[in-house]
Design a protein around this ligand. Sequence first.
Ligand SMILES: Cc1cc2nc3c(=O)[nH]c(=O)nc-3n(C[C@H](O)[C@H](O)[C@H](O)COP(=O)(O)OP(=O)(O)OC[C@H]3O[C@@H](n4cnc5c(N)ncnc54)[C@H](O)[C@@H]3O)c2cc1C
Length: 400
Amino acid sequence: MLPIEQNRSLKPLTTFKIGGAAREFAEIVDPADVPAAFDYAEERGLATLVLGGGSNMLVSDRGFDGLVIHVSNRGIAPSPLTPLPTTWGEGYKNSNSPRPTQWGEGPGVRGIRIASGEMWDDVVKFAVEHELWGIENLSRIPGRTGAVAVQNVGAYGQEIKDVLVNVEVFDRKTNSFQTLTNEECEFTYRKSIFNTREKNRYVILSTTLQLSTVPKRNLSYPDVKKWFEGNPEPSLEEIRAAIKAIRDRKFPFPAESIEGNAGSFFKNSLLTIEQFENVKRQFERNLPERLDRLLRYAPSTLYPLPSTLKIPSAFVLEACGLKGFRRGNVQLNPTQPVVVLNVTGNATADEVLTLVREVRTTVQEKTGLHLYTEPELIGFTADELRGYGFNREEIRRYTA
Ligand SMILES: Cc1cc2nc3c(=O)[nH]c(=O)nc-3n(C[C@H](O)[C@H](O)[C@H](O)COP(=O)(O)OP(=O)(O)OC[C@H]3O[C@@H](n4cnc5c(N)ncnc54)[C@H](O)[C@@H]3O)c2cc1C
């Protein structure tokens, strides 16, 4: 019998520290219980939401009118890189277990299989402590491991797609447990099948990564490069410490602050050359003093130009004078404006989306850019989203 709670507040389960209650709530420790949770919802005609660490979502002030499935299985274990038979409850070890002896395949290659309920940063710590390279630049990203594949988590030049071998899932469509390979996840920038065409179909239960005992330093990101000037071969521990320090300079880690946030609220813009030319014209007209900086994102030294150019939203927001922009309890972070802060800890979802509407309108007017939003928006109706300025494509995404 599944333990189901009624009317569980979601506010403390999200890093934004915003949102109403879930009508029903199931804490799933054993993945074998996942099908029963969906059966329970179906029998009662309830919508479902899979929740991890709540660090990439904004929950409506009314909450979620359905069943929240909180995936909380635990364990990090060595793994061969070919799929294991799905035998839930066996083979996992606690993160504090001694150094594993049975590792992946091939010289220098090590596989680890991580249950979805493990905090992601504990996994990075585990890898660093075991001298395994490949995810150190992804230090200090909040949330649980079950979600890292969902938006192809990335930071400081590393993305999960570069080390992910496969994910074990429960497939709601076929009512079966399956393993999906890296290719089947169809990773691109902040996207996978899990947040696009197969949204809500799969529950990710474990993630297998291929790490390396051979150093594979990625110090290319400007802040990291600068940090290690004069130290071209830093250790894994040094890189993790640097990433944590660099991140802490930019925005508060929600678990340690009264300020809530969901990380980057605005995605960077990926533009075709033609779209870039339009933005350039808008800058010439409205923001001529920032044109030089814009052109750095399409360097004339690059020939042929890449098919897409990435324009950081942090730059765009700053250029539009929106760094630190505040309305009531909500503010664009003064040090990294892509992060929307619940400054007082008392903000409502309505306040957040009202500020987001104002910000996106200003950006559109000044630059012609439509800034897409990154976190999932939970429990909002299509009409509400339209009122907050979301377009048809976005409404489809958030109400799927
Ligand atoms: C301070 C801060 C910094 C951040 N920095 C970064 C960063 O540098 N790079 C980056 O990419 N992200 C970043 N994020 C965003 C976020 O931390 C990641 O996207 C994280 O992987 C979300 O994990 P979660 O467990 O909190 O997911 P949740 O917020 O609980 O869920 C996010 C989405 O994934 C789905 N989901 C969750 N678990 C599962 C599962 N087991 N199976 C299927 N679907 C599931 C949910 O339904 C939801 O749609 C940051 C967030 C914060 C607050």
